[in-house]
Design a protein around this ligand. Sequence first.
Ligand code: GAL
Length: 802
Amino acid sequence: MSERIYLNNDWQFSPEFNEKMLKGTFKSPLEEVRIPHSVCKMPYNNFDEECYQKVSAYRKVFATKKEWKNKLVLLTIEAAAHQAEVFLNGKSLGIHKCGYTAFTVDLTKSLLGPDKNNILVIKVDSRETLNVPPFGYAIDYMTFGGIYRDVYLEIKNPVYIKNINIATDLNHFTSVVELNTEENIKGYSLTQKITPYNYPKAEPCAELTSGIKGINTFTASDPAPVVQWSLETPELYVLETNLFNGEDKLVDTKKIRFGFRDIRFDKTGFYLNGKKIKLRGLNRHQSFPYVGYAMPENIQREDADILKYELGLNEVRTSHYPQSHYFLDRCDEIGLLVFTEIPGWQFIGDDEWKDVAVENVREMVTQYRNHPSIFMWGVRINESQDDEKFYARTNAAAHSLDKTRPTGGVRNGKFGKFQEDVFTYNDFFHSGKNKGVLHKNKVTASSKGYMVTEYNGHMFPTKSFDDETHRTEHAIRHANVLDTVCEYKEIAGSSGWCAFDYNTHKDFGSGDRICYHGVMDMFRNPKLAASVYASQAPAEQVGDILEISSSMDIGEYPAAIRGKVWIFTNADSVKMYVNDTFIKEYTVKNSPYRHLPHGPILIDDYIGDRLVTEDKIPPRTAVKMKKVFSAIAIHGIDNIPLKEKFIAASIIAGGKYTMDKLWQLGGKYVCNWGQGSVTYRFEAIRNGEVVKTAVKSACKKITLETICKRTVLEESNSYDVALVHIAAKDQNNNIMSYCQESLSLSVAGNIELIGPSSVSLKGGQITIYVKSKLPKNSTGTLKITDWQENEYLINFKVTKQM
Ligand code: GAL
């Protein structure tokens, strides 16, 4: 039988590799680290990628166990950025050239005898000069360095199950069971059992037995009953495969989670289980503040939850490389489709480089193909030029290892040599003033499936502390694109650029090594544009969404003109009140975005009946005046459209109202000057009930809100990290975007801080990361002291799940 032993703890780290470390006699003290690990700690911004350009060493001493006699001992490293060489007891056992895929090295022959200490050293090269993807030219993301995903040993019998490739459609199942060897397998057989993941004790849906047919054994069945994996009900099953030797003794067991589903692209769009789905997604980089790629299981899983349950997405593109299985596992569990691709960014290298890229395809497909959430393989270097021979190889590699999924190849050039199954195009056509994306026939003549894989991004970088006009335009640009993608039926869907801000190289970003392209910031706190996405999803998925694009403070705007103010909601309607006087009820029909399920709604009335009831203006004149004032509110007095100018002139020509009177009423209804404080209230209504309220009025007091969803940190295969979200809010629960004050942080007990002990709010928000520390089964406290000396204590429990 096989056993897995995680090796994430008790590593010694040196930022410089030295041959002497390979020897048992090496004694110099090194830094004690745990994995996931980053070769350097980084500030939030304004740092140089030089800091992680290193050849470092991870060193670990472990004893050979007696039970390992006659067994194979395999070491797997899930990810080491970007080239790793494994040494055991001084001997090099292999080099792996990809920072984003896993690799396994057989340690058996180099292990010392029972109870003897082995010296395991991993030499990790994180220099961006390596001749492997994505390196070779400029890259718009930092690539970091270190062993940042799990490391484990597996103890196996000499014949074991190396891989299983499961393929399904709606309810048919096939698997290819690959053994590590063809030698000495005479008489071997296997059994397989499929059970529902959530009901492991339920009757199996299928049980199979088969003789071993060589290194690969094919099995097939029609299990029953099964429920398809879908976005709403992502049902998962477990395939347990048991391998028996000629004497019928169990020699290996492998359990793999999978789902039954059918995926298809054609010229009309994307279909999951025969149902057409418009893909609405964003791109995700796997980096985090301070630690680059090094975040453990729970944080990876929580990113998937953010995408599905906070942003209301149904798809994510793992730009521009394969990402953590923990992230993918969670996508499988919650029904979030994933487009995953090989590492690379615009540049294709020499033959040696290309060989590595083809190997990257093989590793990606072999390692990730049992995730039901993955619906397409990206087999081109993102936005690279055509290279027919090279891409024939990458496509063939993917097709030979997985017959069920199409390939895509993300390009930014139109037409060109199209070798994949789906035309995947980064469409940066939208400039804020034109249509959201191009029509498919302007990009490709192909009659195959078509998907937009990026838009916006660098076209409109936006910080959570930019002014409201900027943040609103950012949100509306996302709405413009999403609306056109819905309008153009032959577009299967889109992945916008991007979910989260990210650290990048000097050639990109805002001069501080950050690309502010996310609809959330690097801490996963939402910008306004996040509401455009969230409001497209039903309340059962994202809760009730009601967001107003403006604080309603006219002083925020040039010449005190608010311009267009938008309501983002997934409710049936929104009622607007000014100082408790009802003004108007808006429904989605009021949205200029006709193709979205819940298009942003433009506020076009700040007056309601008040001209009649408060100012005693006759109803017909009041209608005319409203038109004029609404036009002034949006365009400003100097840019008032001709139509409304004529209306204003006709009111004055009527002789009853002077320019002064209009000016006075305009002051009251457009500018709110000199009045008592004006309160705007919005009520989101669903099924006749108010489900959410937003109130905009002068800020009286700021309170710090601290939200920590998980206060139990689980020490399992490695350390755990929990997040504390902090937001400065006014008395109406609005985030105060221009509150950038400082917070001091300190910890006590078995937790430590990731990042500095003094931080400032960014756009009124910040996230604090707290990391568990051994010894286990204890507690820790985070103390936050705000700029007014208020203290907030958050208690954590650290538990052991080994
Ligand atoms: C694309 C590229 C992305 C990112 C984006 C910024 O061209 O594929 O990685 O750089 O631009 O908008």
